[in-house]
Design a binder for this molecule. Sequence first.
Ligand code: MTE
Length: 323
Amino acid sequence: MFIKQRPSWAISESEVTPESVYLNRRKFMSGVVASAATLAMPGLLQAKESSKLEALDYRQAAEYSTDEPPAPYDDITRYNNFYEFGTDKGDPAHHAGQMSVDPWSIEVEGECARPGRYALDDLLEPHSYQERIYRLRCVEAWSMVIPWVGVPLADVLKRLEPTSKAKYVYFETLHRPEQMPGQRSLFSTIDWPYREGLRMDEAMNELSFLAVGLYGKALPNQNGAPIRLVVPWKYGFKSIKSIVRIRFMEEQPKTSWEMIAPSEYGFYANVNPDVDHPRWSQKRERRLPSGIFRPNWIETTKFNGYEQQVSHLYKGMDLAKFY
Ligand code: MTE
């Protein structure tokens, strides 16, 4: 985020867009409830090309979805922030194929009754997948609409039985420098692994989501395969990718961007047009795809438009102080 962005004109608007196909399939899939037998096994998914990624079985969660048009698949998967693979927006798509995601397990620890190492499939198996079309607003002032497939975070966390001492939940990304060139870089400002956290009530909010796919297929590596967080009312950096650790904590955890620049990036990171970043305005955002002749600037809305679902979490809090 300190690093220059790939200019908006670098996104080709003529890139192939599968969304018409997708919209048809959404109609077809509507109402389908995933059966245990057809649930995809994210651990099997390594292919880089979208066409090779395994299709997921899911039902739509229309009540949680925006009807704004999703960005084309190619924009969502080629314009990324995943600093483990480099700082340019195109780096993750180029380099993330090196990361092997099979097998994948998640270490669960801290204030809960069911700590331990869970194979990803065991963690996900009892849950059926749903699709949620969310806005993602990056702190860098661009945004996209993304059709995620996954499970509500609360459903997974509840099964791990957090104790009454669990006030926060902390997440960590894979640390594997041999497959992640950004973690080997001498210029990196991040103290790896990438870390994020939520207050427990934020994590339990109905919008908090663990994504395993997008556009009906398993997540490509560059988007955080095989499992990543999506917290749509917060700046995108809270939505940590490729999660390998979940820790229930009594104290507020230290998070990556806060560790790097605490005066610029806070723990809360709620999307808020009234609280500017010290170096740029947060009043507007560039909705992708955009181009040099169609920059597509739109107004940013409080809590990224999810005020109704989340504003109660911050009642009485000074959001300029707790940014
Ligand atoms: N997670 C990890 N592990 N590493 C990262 O660099 N970048 C964050 C977030 N999750 C990041 C991460 C930022 S800044 C954003 S905006 C979103 O991922 C981008 O998600 P996307 O590439 O799927 O759009």
